[in-house]
Design a protein around this ligand. Structure first.
Ligand SMILES: Cc1ncc(COP(=O)(O)O)c(C=O)c1O
Length: 377
């Protein structure tokens, strides 16, 4: 039972779709699938912009988002309050961009005021892009993208590039109404599809920037994807079976409805947090910035790795550990994608069962599940 923030559980309809024989990507049959998938991707992104698919994980989409719209030496602001914000800064530096990081401690949200000040002071419009990780997977913190984006829009020139890898499909990312220029995501998260597809949504303003962007690119040259997408196909051989799975999962999401998908994630987050609090374990992120996709838990006096090992051994439930300096400090519960009430009840009940074995008796037996249930009822 996967309760990690990706790869996430895959529904049967998507698994069965991916188990079909591969078909040629230059056939009418494949183009029909592509046509539907592209329309539904736009629906999910709440956009009329291009939404392009690349073969690769989220990091391929991140790289594509940088090299297609920026040139070496360009000044960019990157929000860094976790592993993935840091990765954006790292990629930018490798491509010779003039990267300025705006940092917050891991577990805290980015400071919107600092972005406002930097952008407000940039009267010569030297800042070419602002990059925000919407949902910082390494800590379970949501950054205030909407407020930071207001400051970007007031500056006028900079592109807003968004890592929505664990926010898309879990929470509202209204690409058009917020005017998000480049939005990156990946199949193994809210999409409920196995790993292997990256997505990049591109605004007309970003396509303008593409015309003067000078970084070298071939496989990840997004203009190629744009051209082939208009013909309902792809420039290179795509993972056709993953796209068949995506067709099935997007249909499921459409049936559920966007508002319901977001409400479900919110509800599962509330239930998870209530359960953790009732077990007297510390939540790593404050309620105000808590993620609907991932809950990070920072237990004191218990070895996190032993909790994870026991959860796996006793109940076959996979929880994620901490990353980088948070290794051994936190565990992360993914409640992203194909997740329902039953999964949260199960996960918290299993935690209740293993904690006393590790010496943690600081809760009333049954309190965790009772708190989860009180939230879900
Ligand atoms: C917020 C965020 N950005 C980027 C990535 C990188 O994606 P991938 O591991 O698919 O390359 C991840 C992966 O977990 C992520 O959570």
């Amino acid at each position: 039972m996967l309760m990690i923030p990706g790869p996430t559980a895959v529904p049967e309809a998507a698994l069965l779709a991916s188990a079909k024989h591969p078909i040629g990507h230059r056939t009418r049959e494949f183009s029909e699938i592509m046509e539907e998938v592209i329309q539904n991707l736009k629906w999910l992104h709440q956009t009329e912009n291009d939404v392009l698919m690349v073969t690769g994980s989220g990091t391929a989409a991140m790289e594509a988002a940088m090299i297609n719209f920026l040139s070496s030496g360009d000044r960019i602001l990157v929000g860094c309050n976790g592993k993935f914000g840091n990765r954006w800064a790292e990629v930018g530096k490798i491509f010779g961009l003039n990267v300025e990081t705006i940092t917050s401690p891991w577990g805290k949200p980015l400071d919107t005021e600092t972005f406002y000040k930097k952008l407000h002071a940039d009267t010569n419009k030297q800042i070419k892009a602002v990059i925000i990780t919407h949902n910082e997977t390494s800590t379970g913190v949501v950054n205030d993208l909407e407020t930071i984006n207001h400051s970007v829009k007031a500056q006028g020139q900079a592109l807003i590039i968004v890592d929505a890898v664990t926010s898309l499909g879990a929470m509202n990312v209204p690409v058009d109404s917020w005017g998000l220029d480049v939005v990156v995501s990946a199949s193994q998260k809210g999409y409920m599809v196995p790993p292997g597809l990256g997505f990049v949504a591109v605004s007309p303003k970003a396509w303008e920037a593409y015309k003067t962007a000078k970084l070298p690119k071939f496989y990840l040259d997004l203009d190629k994807y744009r051209q082939f997408t208009t013909q309902n196909t792809t420039p290179f051989t795509p993972p056709v079976n993953l796209i068949m799975a995506l067709q099935a999962s997007l249909r499921m999401m459409k049936r559920e409805g966007l508002a319901s998908v977001f409400a479900r994630h919110q509800r599962l987050m509330d239930a998870t947090r209530a359960g953790i609090k009732a077990l007297n374990l510390n939540l790593f992120a404050e309620d105000e910035c808590a993620s609907p996709a991932i809950t990070a838990v920072a237990p004191s006096n218990i070895d996190v790795e032993r909790i994870r090992a026991l959860m796996s051994k006793r109940f076959d439930i996979a929880l994620a550990g901490g990353q980088n300096h948070l290794k051994g400090q936190i565990l992360r519960i993914g409640h992203l994608g194909f997740v329902c009430d039953r999964d949260i009840i199960t996960c918290i009940a299993a935690l209740e069962a293993v904690l006393p074995e590790l010496g943690w008796n600081n809760f009333t037996p049954g309190a965790g599940v009772a708190a989860v249930w009180a939230t879900l009822k």
